[in-house]
Design a protein around this ligand. Structure first.
Ligand code: HAM
Length: 455
């Protein structure tokens, strides 16, 4: 039986793989204007990093992590042995913990330094129940800014995210930005306590899972999909009534910056997000069109205590991540198809096998000059070579036959106008050599100039 890709994973076939590269490059291009620089961190980290950073009680850590284990340790565990804490590894479920670990490890924000502005893109792994827009391996693009607690950092992050969505084709009229402040270690404990008391008072209408969690993290109940819980939580105390003066001021300043930039948002006092590291600003972007129940295409917030959690000095932070696959669903639902990845400037067709060596050398000369060129590798008939040229989207077909070769010529057909011309092979090769790997540079406007012969 054939082996398929694992459940919850997707192959990005060439058209989509090319779109993903464009998506990432567009994001990086926009984020670079705001001073962000790329960073790459490992796809797996010590499990402890995620436990300490994201939180033991979160779904992501308690239920959804993929454990990575080396061959030797696997054997040890199977034989009933134990492995050292630092050998306990997990595939990264998100990018923030790894980036903050790298910032601390390499001291990227020394005391008094300007903030480190970092961006990343790549796969994340969560063992969730797969459904539309929810995968076990998915791609994120994200940013993290460490070293500044000013609300201007939060606001410029949200603004650049919204600018990116618009630039990549997410339908902005079907998109909602939700914002909230989760307070800080001064004001949140009182709020958490108030929510816990409220839940205990309504325990009979709430699910067991929420009530079990009530002790450790009652705020998670705001995300429960159970209709009974949702109804009860609608009446729960609001964080806005509990924020301390500093948090209230910070939140107000973020909103003022967003207003100034003309960004519309909805304040949602029940937005708590599923990761434990957030303090103050949290936000999420949702789209309705083309999505199932997984409608969050991005989200993030401030995490002023995370660097300390992973062993660094106090370093405020802010960041977000967006899910590529969910954005792609929204973009496609808005009627945008992935542009075809196929591109070919010239297809060199052989009339018979006696000219294959010459065709091979012409194709190579084109590629060395920076031109996309292709030929047949399966000894097809001339007719089916033309079909193939059409399929790969070739703009021109050069036909080489024994007669043309004897005359030192090649017949070139423009595939859109169907005009044919005879081109001197030596002359074409000499012009290609002048390209010197810089396609269409210098005096030549296009590949058509190289193969401009008599019609
Ligand atoms: P998150 O909300 O867990 O935040 O994930 C960000 C985005 O990744 C989501 O809005 C969604 O688009 C996408 N995503 C999450 N899980 C899946 C999945 N199973 N399948 C497909 N897409 C998914 C974070 O990851 C934080 N690290 C964001 C952040 C950065 N906060 C501060 N800095």
């Amino acid at each position: 039986m054939a082996i398929n890709s694992p459940e919850g994973t997707r192959d990005l076939l060439p058209d989509e793989a090319k779109f993903w590269a464009h998506f990432r490059d567009t994001a990086f291009g926009i984020f670079a204007r705001y001073g962000y620089q790329p960073i790459e961190t490992p796809l797996f980290e010590q499990t402890d990093l995620f436990v300490r950073g994201i939180g033991q009680a979160t779904d992501v850590v308690s239920k959804e992590m993929f454990t990575a284990i080396s061959g030797e340790n696997f054997k040890r565990v199977m034989e009933g042995g134990t492995i050292k804490a630092k050998s306990r590894l997990s595939l990264r479920p998100e990018g923030t913990a790894g980036v903050v670990r790298a910032v601390v490890q390499h001291d990227l924000v020394p005391q008094g330094a300007a903030p480190a502005k970092l961006m990343y893109a790549g796969p994340m792994f969560r063992a969730e129940r797969p459904q539309k827009g929810r995968q076990r391996m998915f791609n994120q693009v994200g940013i993290e800014c460490l070293g500044a607690e000013d609300p201007s950092v939060d606001a410029e992050g949200i603004i650049m995210l919204m600018r990116f969505y618009a630039a990549i084709g997410v339908p902005m009229d079907a998109t909602r930005l939700l914002v909230n402040s989760m307070g800080c270690e001064q004001c949140r404990p009182k709020y958490r306590e108030a929510v816990r008391e409220y839940m205990n008072a309504h325990a009979e209408h709430m699910c067991e899972e929420c009530m079990r969690r009530a002790e450790i993290n009652p705020l998670r109940a705001f995300d429960c999909k159970n209709p009974g819980c949702a109804e009860v939580m609608e009446g729960a105390p609001k964080i806005s009534d509990y924020l301390c003066d500093d948090c209230r001021e910070h939140y107000q300043a973020v909103k003022t910056y967003l207003d100034g930039a003309g960004i519309s948002y909805i304040e949602d006092p029940t937005l708590v997000r599923g990761l434990d590291y957030y303090t103050r600003t949290v936000f999420e972007v949702q789209v309705d069109q083309g999505m199932g129940s997984q409608n969050a295409i991005g989200g993030g917030g401030r995490y002023d205590k995370l660097a300390e959690e992973v062993g660094g000095r106090p370093t405020p932070g802010f960041g977000f991540a967006l899910g590529y696959e969910r954005c792609a669903l929204a973009i496609q639902a808005a009627g945008q198809a992935f542009p075809s990845a196929q591109h070919c400037d010239i297809f060199v067709a052989c009339v018979d096998d006696s000219v294959r060596a010459e065709a091979f050398s012409l194709v190579q000369a084109c590629r060395d000059a920076g031109v996309t060129a292709e030929m047949d590798h399966q000894h097809r008939s001339l007719k089916s070579q033309f079909k193939l040229a059409d399929k790969v989207g070739s703009r021109m077909v050069a036909v080489l036959g024994p007669d043309e070769l004897a005359a030192g010529e090649v017949k070139v057909r423009n595939m859109s106008t169907h005009h044919e011309r005879l081109v001197k092979l030596d002359q074409a090769k000499a012009l290609l050599a002048q390209f010197g790997g810089e396609p269409f540079g210098g005096a030549h406007a296009s590949i058509e100039d190289v193969f401009a012969g008599e019609e």
